[in-house]
Design a protein around this ligand. Structure first.
Ligand code: GLU
Length: 276
């Protein structure tokens, strides 16, 4: 008798420990997770200067990181309680679907295909697809001059998709995991240009002072959204409210000037939120 109940007590203790220790409690909305855990895991880029960059001390900097911190704070989570996790273009949907991150702030364009898998708040920034070439390149002057060129972009990105859809005949496309890998290949002369959003390219041009230049003829509209778990309507509304506040209290402009501003990229106005 005694043996049995002791076993039951042990079993209960073991069960409770698993429930508490795993930290795997799932929440219907990021709002509940932030409120109860006071912690968030946020996916950002780690190699995009001015936007999402891992610094030598292991922390992250850039406009996306500032947006993430502001939104987290509005949800009740302090910057010190955010775990930033590197995402690349191809794994953002999967990271959200699998719960590896609670939100993604990573130069992440809102589009219909992605909306099948995740939800978006925003947009909080509008960029456009452009080209980054070596500074001495006088021929590649825009998308109309792409014939016969070797381009580099990133797997799972909208610019790579656009090249495959609209320029498949005239260009050879190399897809890398990250844009920084592309930069090395263009600097090394193996490839002619990198194509992705102008604001990302401006960061690399500034990083490699004088060796690379942005062509400056944007040929798409990239609206950056904050990726959330699909159907988290409560989360989307809360994040949109946070963005609205960030636009109006001056923090958005301040964050932009202090991050992207370093590359000389002309700061646009805050966009109109798309609430749905
Ligand atoms: N904004 C584009 C996208 O979401 C390109 C930048 C990126 O790959 O992060 O695919």
């Amino acid at each position: 008798m005694f043996g049995k109940s002791l076993y039951a007590v042990f079993a209960m203790v073991a069960l409770t420990a698993t429930a508490c220790g795993s930290g795997e409690e799932t929440y219907a909305s990021i709002v509940d997770k932030a409120k109860n855990d006071k912690k968030l895991v946020i996916g950002v880029k780690a190699d995009q200067p001015g936007l999402g960059l891992r610094t030598p001390d292991g922390s992250f900097s850039g406009f996306d990181v500032e947006v993430a911190k502001y939104v987290a704070k509005e949800l009740g989570v302090e910057a010190k309680d955010i775990t930033f996790k590197e995402t690349v273009s191809a794994n953002r949907e999967a990271f959200l679907q699998q719960g590896q991150v609670d939100m993604v702030v990573a130069t992440y364009s809102i589009n219909d295909a992605r909306k099948q898998k995740v939800s978006f708040a925003g947009p909080y920034f509008v960029a456009g697809q452009d080209l980054l070439v070596r500074a001495d390149d006088t021929k590649l002057t825009g998308p109309e001059a792409l014939n016969g060129k070797k381009l580099c972009s990133v797997a799972g990105s909208t610019p790579a998709q656009k090249v495959k859809e609209s320029y498949a005949k005239e260009v050879q496309l190399q897809e890398e995991r990250t844009y920084s890998a592309c930069v090395d290949r263009v600097l090394g002369g193996q490839l002619d240009a990198i194509t992705t959003d102008n604001v990302i390219l401006a960061g690399y041009a500034a990083q490699h002072g004088g060796k690379l230049k942005v062509v400056g003829k944007a040929f798409s509209t990239e609206k950056y959204g904050i990726g959330l778990k699909k159907d988290d309507k409560q989360g989307r509304d809360a994040v949109n409210n946070a963005l609205e506040k960030m636009f109006t209290d001056g923090s958005w402009k301040k964050a932009l000037d202090g991050s992207v501003g370093a590359s000389g990229f002309a700061a646009p106005q805050a966009p109109q939120l798309e609430r749905y």
